[in-house]
Every structure is written in C-alpha cells, then in structure tokens.
Design a protein around this ligand. Structure first.
Ligand code: FPP
Length: 232
C-alpha cells in the first residue's frame, strides 16, 4: 500500500463517518450507487491499513437510521453491498483475526442479510487482531434509549459504567478519533454517548478519494493534540 507509515502515537479506536459517496458519483455523472461501490473499496483499504498500523478498533458508519428514507433504489443498492461484502470481503478480515460486529437494529434488513451478519459475527468472535464495528441501521439517540431501557430492565444501579455496558459497543473503549469526510462538520447521530472525549477530524475529501496518506496525516495530528479530559 502506498503510504509512509506514521511513527506518531497510534490511536486505539478510530471511527469514521464515510460521507461524500453520492457527490463523488455525481461529479462523474454516475448513479449514486457507484459512489457507494467506490466507497466500499476505500473502506476495505482503510480498515486493512489501520489494522496494519496497530489500530485496535475501527468503527464505520455504513447505514444510519435516517438512510432508510433515501429512494428505494439507493437503499436497495446499499443493502446489496452489505450483503455481498459480509459474505465475501469481510470473510477475508475474519481470516486475519478481525472480529466483526454490527452496531444497530439489524431486524430492518432482509432475513438473508441478517443471517449473513449473524454468521460473520459468530465466526469472528474469537478474533484477537482487532475489532471492526459496522454501524448499520444505527442511530446514536436510539442506542441511548435502548441502553436506558435495558439497564432499567436489568434492575442494576443507574451509573455510567452500568449504562455503557448496554450500548452496542459495550465492552470497548470509546473512539480516540472520529473522522468525517465530505466537508460537513457534524456527528449526525453517530456514537453520541461514546464521542464525549473523542478528537474530531473533518476532511473535505469525498470518501471514495480518502487516501492512506490523509489517514497518516490525521494520525500525526492526533499525536500532537493534548487530551486533557477536562483536567488541566
Ligand atoms: C454517505 O455518503 C455514505 C453513506 C450513506 C453510506 C456509506 C456506505 C458505504 C461506504 C458502503 C457500506 C457497505 C458496507 C459493506 C459496510 P452520501 O451518499 O451521503 O454522500 P453525499 O453526501 O455526497 O450525498
């Protein structure tokens, strides 16, 4: 892979909002679904590269609860990409010892897709190389409400530690970095609870054009940021 590996402090958990696929396609007079297809190529490249650097967890926002409201054609093409990649490419990650987890309400997806998600999660559950979280039909507020409901049903004391156990990311540390490509500067309902102390990086690059050089640069900048967690 063409990139100078960074020597900076490597973040343990990187989360990514992969924005700009549609515009990337429109700029080329292509249907939006071709932007998502190109986005998957960048996604695979990025995930493999991040793990090769020593990153422990990569979380990507692949399908938000709001994305369900897009035209049926586009939703179908996203579901098709999810189906194909869980069945094939993600299997390759599993072979490398990556644990794949789905964050979100999967019952929205067709039964065959849910089955593939369950299978990949099950087959990868002993993976020790890293964790790849794919947020699918995910919304941060819905996740918080769900966790509150589950905590209440459990009868356990309401505190941050018990609460976070009921998030989709239950036993994982919060993201050190959240990257959003595509020029917008907001979190759009992504990891609302977990992002409390994440370092945010916004890039104008459209997701399919995101390069490993840019990831290196973000990691270098991260190494220079002073994370005080509210302390002096
Ligand atoms: C935002 O771009 C991106 C998405 C809504 C979907 C991202 C999904 C993928 C890269 C594929 C997921 C597939 C798997 C296998 C996990 P946009 O369409 O909002 O772009 P725009 O802002 O330019 O319109």
């Amino acid at each position: 892979m063409k990139s100078n590996k960074v020597s900076a402090k490597i973040p343990f958990h990187i989360a990514i909002i992969m924005d700009g696929n549609g515009r990337w396609a429109e700029k080329r007079s292509l249907l939006r679904k071709f932007g998502h297809r190109a986005g998957v190529r960048t996604l695979i490249k990025t995930v493999k590269y991040a793990f090769s650097l020593g990153v422990g967890i990569v979380t990507v926002y692949a399908f938000s609860t709001e994305n369900r409201l897009r035209p049926k054609d586009e939703v179908d093409s996203l579901i098709d990409l999810i189906r194909k990649n869980f069945a094939t490419t993600f299997g390759d990650l599993v072979k490398r010892g990556i644990r794949v987890r789905v964050l979100g309400e999967r019952s929205f997806f067709p039964p065959d897709v849910v089955e593939i998600m369950d299978k990949v999660e099950e087959e990868s559950k002993e993976g020790k190389t890293g964790i790849f979280n794919v947020a699918l039909n995910y919304g941060g507020r819905a996740e918080i409400v769900r966790a509150a409901e589950k905590l209440s049903q459990s009868g356990k004391e309401f505190n941050e530690e018990n609460f976070s156990r009921f998030l989709y990311t239950s036993d994982q540390p919060d993201p050190d970095i959240i990257i959003r490509t595509g020029g917008e500067k907001r979190l759009s309902n992504f990891l609302l609870y977990q992002s409390a102390y994440s370092e945010l990086f916004f890039s104008d690059t459209l997701w399919p054009d995101f390069s490993m050089k840019e990831l290196d640069s973000i990691i270098s900048q991260y190494g220079e940021r002073d994370r005080r967690y509210g302390k002096v």
